[in-house]
Design a protein around this ligand. Structure first.
Ligand code: NAP
Length: 325
């Protein structure tokens, strides 16, 4: 039987941003409701070791960390729904959302924390080796490849920045790009060209990711193809970083809220306020630069504090939540 849930603060997304917003809002007495979405726990649930989330001296597991976020949010009183919002009307007051379950959500304010997803090449072996030599985040996983041979695939700012970052850790970095020119900013390219331990393979695509034999499979090599000659070459690597862009999960909000050309939600500088009063955005959905769990958690905290302030200034004449239909 479909139900209607009424809340002062609805939070869409259950990654570090959404759960942190929920923890702060619950402790402020707002009784927030989190709708967890398609990938509860977010991108950290598809990583293994996490060594850069502050507060843990030893490496921790991404899925374990997200379970701790969830348990903490539940413990302080946030409601958590295993549902996926498929429709939303940001112009209605209360804001009205519909879930895949058939349930309706009515909210006085909203935090959008639906995250972003790295784009993957979609080649054989990539999915199976993700977390076992294949990654989409050098800042997260580069440390595991100290002194090793790594590849970065892509030619934009992310790929060049990741290659520069990795060149300080790995013995050698190979950038594999499908064209003969980067789209990255000139200054980044110049830094890249100046690094003695970075080489660039132009006009190459990765056709397949090859695994080691045996029980514990890890990346062994990349099967590449020269797009001009058609020549196939297997290149041995310990790690491969796919850096071909990210897609923010914002299709649901298109046409309703201010976004940039790539679909990232626009927020006021130094704030999580969006173009719509009472709607806040936190985490990777509004961040194309840092994309870290700790920065997502930070903006989640900001969103809850800003929502609290917004709700405190709503006219006292607004109908009680129980009266909403
Ligand atoms: P991007 O600019 O869209 O670049 C993606 C790169 O991956 C392109 O070089 C593209 O090749 C390549 N690519 C895409 N699909 C591919 C595929 N299937 N196979 C092989 N290669 C593929 O993405 P981004 O570098 O993540 O940057 C996204 C946005 O964030 C940009 O606006 C960027 O400026 C910004 N950004 C800024 C900073 C900064 O300011 N420090 C840092 C990171 C990102 P082609 O060139 O052939 O299309």
């Amino acid at each position: 039987m479909p139900e209607t849930h009424r809340t002062r603060l609805l939070i869409l997304g259950a990654g570090p941003a959404g759960y942190t917003a929920a923890i702060y809002a619950a402790r402020a007495g707002l009784k927030p409701l989190v709708v967890a979405g398609l990938q509860p726990g977010g991108q950290l649930t598809i990583t293994t070791d996490v060594e850069n989330y502050p507060g843990f001296a030893e490496p921790i597991q991404g899925p374990w960390l997200m379970e701790q976020f969830r348990a903490q949010a539940a413990h302080v009183g946030a409601g958590i729904m295993q549902d996926v919002v498929t429709e939303i009307d940001l112009s209605a007051r209360p804001i009205r959302a519909k879930g895949d379950s058939g349930d309706t959500y009515l909210a006085e304010s909203l935090v959008i924390a639906t995250g972003a997803q790295a784009r993957w090449l979609g080649v054989p072996g990539e999915k199976e080796l993700s977390g076992f030599g294949v990654s989409a985040c050098a800042t997260c996983d580069g440390f595991f490849f100290r002194g090793k041979q790594v590849a970065v695939i892509g030619g934009g700012n992310s790929a060049v920045e990741e290659a520069l970052y990795l060149s300080n850790l790995a013995a050698h970095v190979t950038v594999i790009h499908r064209r003969e020119a980067f789209r990255a900013e000139r200054i980044l390219q110049e830094r890249l060209f100046a690094k003695p331990n970075i080489r660039i393979l132009w006009n190459r695509v990765v056709e397949e990711m090859l695994a080691t034999e045996g029980k514990f499979r890890a990346l062994r090599a990349l099967r590449t193809q020269d797009v001009q000659t058609g020549a196939i070459e297997d290149l041995p690597f310990d790690g491969a970083f796919v850096a071909i862009g990210h897609d923010p999960a914002t299709a649901l909000f298109r046409g309703q809220i201010g976004m940039d050309a790539d679909g990232y939600i626009l927020t006021e500088p130094g704030s999580t306020r969006t173009s719509i009063p009472g709607v806040f955005a936190a985490g990777d959905v509004q961040d194309r630069i840092y994309r870290q769990a700790v920065t997502a958690a930070g903006t989640g905290c900001m969103a809850a504090l800003e929502a609290e302030k917004y709700l405190a200034h709503l006219p006292a004449t607004a109908p009680a939540i129980e009266a909403w239909t």
